[in-house]
Write a protein that binds this ligand. Structure first.
Ligand SMILES: [Fe+2]
Length: 255
């Protein structure tokens, strides 16, 4: 009888140990953890997060279309996100359909090493991968609660590098205004660890040049034409009212 009780206890404890092992090795997942991985979860463009190249997915705007009215009107936001950004995502997926070997890469990895992309889809990957990455960063570094003076460590670094926030704004706006045609103006960290203002043509991203993009403004006409018409200068000046310094600090720390 005692032997049977001992057997039962050993059997029971072994069972518990096995179940614990299955849960901890994720062979069995509780229902709650499955819901975290559903495609409806909001992607967050944190600095340590790299974008899936395939399938690329349009991230939802982190605020309403009219949330940035102080600098950007709702219609521009809607067209910019739902049409322009969406078309980069679609075109990137179309290009990578033809390249199964590249489908498990991140957008960032492809852009850092464009030579590894077959020539017949290289330009498509550069333009649309860049468009997807640039806009994903752009939505995150703006906020309805943004604007004002920089906060955190980036404030001090901007002062040390550019001599003050207004000097930095002036140089950033000037670079953005001088970017001929369509492109982006960026604050990046270079390979020496210094802050630097730079611009890129089209949808190129600074990581193509070994630079880390901390913040960037889109100076394509589609970003500002409805409210500012041809005045890129006015758009560049107003844009500071929506800069999300928390996210800029996060990216600066990761750079
Ligand atoms: Fe854009």
């Amino acid at each position: 009888m005692q032997k049977n009780v001992r057997r039962f206890i050993v059997f029971f404890l072994t069972g518990i140990a096995l179940i614990t092992l299955l849960f901890s090795s994720q062979l069995i997942q509780p229902a709650q953890s499955q819901s975290i991985t559903t495609p409806t979860a909001t992607p967050v463009a944190s600095p340590d997060y790299e974008l899936n190249a395939y399938p690329a997915e349009l991230p939802p705007l982190p605020y309403a279309y009219n949330a940035l009215e102080e600098a950007i009107d709702a219609q521009t936001m809607e067209l910019h996100h739902d049409r322009h950004h969406a078309s980069y995502v679609d075109a990137l997926n179309e290009a990578l359909e033809q390249a199964p070997d590249l489908q498990n890469q991140s957008v960032e990895a492809l852009l850092r090493d464009l030579d590894s992309v077959p020539e017949d889809i290289r330009t498509e990957v550069q333009n649309n991968g860049g468009g997807h990455l640039n806009h994903t960063i752009f939505w995150q570094i703006m906020s309805p609660n943004g604007g004002g003076e920089p906060t955190g460590e980036i404030a001090q670094e901007i002062n040390e590098t550019f001599g003050g926030f207004s000097e930095f704004q002036e140089q950033f706006n000037e670079a953005g205004g001088d970017r001929f045609g369509s492109g982006w103006v960026w604050l990046v960290r270079n390979q020496q660890g210094q802050l630097q203002i730079t611009t890129t043509p089209n949808q190129d991203n600074p990581i193509m040049e070994g630079l880390y993009p901390i913040m960037g403004n889109d100076v394509w006409e589609h970003a500002y034409y409805l409210r500012y018409q041809n005045s890129r200068t006015d758009y560049l000046s107003s844009w500071w009212d929506v800069v999300n310094w928390d996210e800029v600090n996060r990216r600066a720390q990761a750079s």
